[in-house]
Design a protein. Structure first.
Length: 136
């Protein structure tokens, strides 16, 4: 049973999440000699967290969601110490996925924007398939 119908999650549903940029969230942490700027993968992760947070109240008990697509541009660098806030807004819902407009801002300027798609999953079923795959 799928928990979604096109009317089950209101378009415009929004959630935000924030993080203070520390050195371990920078490119330099993973690649010495590179700038101590907030890494693109970390920004995308924050956007995904915001999208999951927006979707969570509409899912039945025992369900979660996973990311299935992302198209994001990293627009500006952010130094250590700034707070980055990601916002996800529902723009489309179908029987299997929810599409979000995602943005990120560092308190000075927009640093990222794009789209993200999530798929609701029944956690027990998903974890059983994952475990079976792990066994080979």
């Amino acid at each position: 049973m799928r928990p979604l119908s096109p009317a089950s999650i209101p378009l415009g549903t929004t959630a935000t999440t924030s993080v203070v940029v520390t050195r371990d969230l920078t490119v330099a942490h993973y690649h010495p000699g590179q700038p101590e700027a907030y890494g693109t993968p970390m920004m995308i992760y924050l956007m995904e967290v915001a999208a999951g947070k927006a979707l969570e109240p509409y899912l039945p008990d025992g369900w979660g969601s996973v990311g299935v697509a992302v198209s994001v541009r990293h627009l500006a660098a952010t130094p250590v110490g700034r707070t980055v806030t990601a916002t996800a807004t529902v723009t489309a819902v179908d029987e299997k996925t929810v599409t979000f407009e995602v943005t990120a801002h560092d308190g000075i300027e927009p640093i990222g924007r794009g789209t993200h798609v999530r798929a609701p999953i029944e956690l027990v079923r998903f974890n059983a398939r994952l475990e079976a795959k792990g066994r080979g």
